[in-house]
Write a new protein. Sequence first.
Lengths: 298, 315
Amino acid sequence: MSTMTETRTVPTRSSAGSRGVTFTGVLRSEWIKLWSLLSTRILLLLTLLAIVGVGALAVLIRYTYLDEMIRRARDQGQTMTPDMLEKSFPPGSGFDLYNLPNAGLQIGILILGSLAVLFMSSEYATGMIRSTMNAVPRRTPAFVAKAIILAVISYVITTIAGVVTFLIAMPVFQGMGFDLDWSTDGVLYSIFTGGLYVAGVALIGLSMGTLLRNSAGGITVLVALFFVLSIAASFMTLIPGEFWKYVPQYIPSEAGGRFLSIGHTDGIIDPWHGGLIFLGYVLLFLIPAMIVLKKRDV
Amino acid sequence: MIEAKGLTKVYGGKTAVAGVSFTVKPGLVTGFLGPNGAGKSTTMRMIMGLDRPTSGSVTVNGLPYAQHKAPLHEVGALLDAKAVHTSRSAYNHLLAMAATHGIPKARVREVIEMTGLEAVARKKAGGFSLGMGQRLGIAAALLGDPQTLILDEPVNGLDPEGVLWVRNLVRYLANQGKTIFLSSHLMSEMAQTADHLIVIGRGRIIADAPVKEIIAGTRQAKTLVRTGAALELSALLAGDGVTVDQSEPETLEVTGMDSRQIARIALDNRVLLYELTPQLSSLEDAYFDLTKDEVEYHSHLTSGPAVSAPAAAGK
């Protein structure tokens, strides 16, 4: 390459002065790393669209179902008001309307969780990790900065997507006669907690990427934890005996999911219990990941 | 200033570095020489805190690397030209590294200019040639204008112009009083660049001395003699401590006697010499002498008659 020959033999005066490593600096560095990859920017935009898209689809399905029920009742000469219909479903059955903002949450968990795994594992895959550890040899600040950036991004995207999904859902159900708006019990709560849940999943993803140092492995374990395990748990309830009926609610996805709902149901952990259990899972992965990162050769 | 004390690294039962101690002084270019697998890279990785020593310790400018408040200003290192995310541009890579220390963007542009990367700075680093990757690694090492520079095989993959540039750069920085520690497998490169050599083999320090001393101290100088009466002269020269090898019909290589003595014997015996050339021992010879027992992976080449020279250039 001909341009390569234009090197200077003597370095010019340096202007490299700085205060040294600061946490704000590390945070900015990690942000540049994330944002300077075109693939990340595209992925984040698509994630937003995917959550809203899946959410809108879920809105359509519920609308069609409820509409069908009302029509059928009318055909049989009964009156079925939306209010009566709402009361016919037990709480937590998945037909609550207040949790519509989180209708597309699962796709967000999948994509943002995988992105979080990649944020660390790609550094190991490319060798970038050694440059990172050169610049931040104490290591922990780099991990914490990554964790903060992922948590904030996940929270912001999930929240925006939740608000947009609800903006789509609200007029649809209001048109049917349901009493549903921003002040409906649980709406704002589920938007708030949905973001926290996905941020938590992202932190678990980052920990997986750090512990396993491998993109495919990290994403596989994450999917196993949040999708395969919940399927396995639903089979668990089929095992005879009372005990097994109570076990599934303690797995990460169920505990986290419970955190997003409101109200007390006998035999099921309360939402804030679910939140605490989920937080426990986050720390269960986050703390070993930080210790391992600090100790391990890179 | 780099100070290693009893530095040891064991990987799963295999000792990569076995208790090495050395000091790399400021104002000099110190070469780190050794065969493949000798422990050069492992030692450098321990200096940079990437690998944790099994035992022993190493400090840079008085502190372990990780304990410096502004590590990039203390030490710049090129350990692995591939320590870059392949989808990120060279500019953004340097910018992200600079951001950790709050190093201004102007400095990022400066090191890009210094390393001749202007034309490719906005391109993905994954598409870089070995030489360009090496330049990017050097740019990253220079980012903090560090007091100490550690370069692992810096000229690897560079074109001749690039090799010359690195040589001038390290010379210039050493003259400014900075500490330069560079490894290379190119012994000729070391002969031209380094002032001081640390030779390592199988994880142990074999020699730690100025380059001149190592060249002078290892192998006895040879003298090339060409004559029509090779056999006759060979018989005349033979004696205690003198080795005569005949490589071609009219060519002798004499060890253990200098050219003046050879000329005297030839004159006394009326043997006509048409060439008499003292062969300066090269760093390459010295290096092979030092490391011939320490090479981890022998290439199984048949070598000439074994010359046993004492590894004199010890500490």
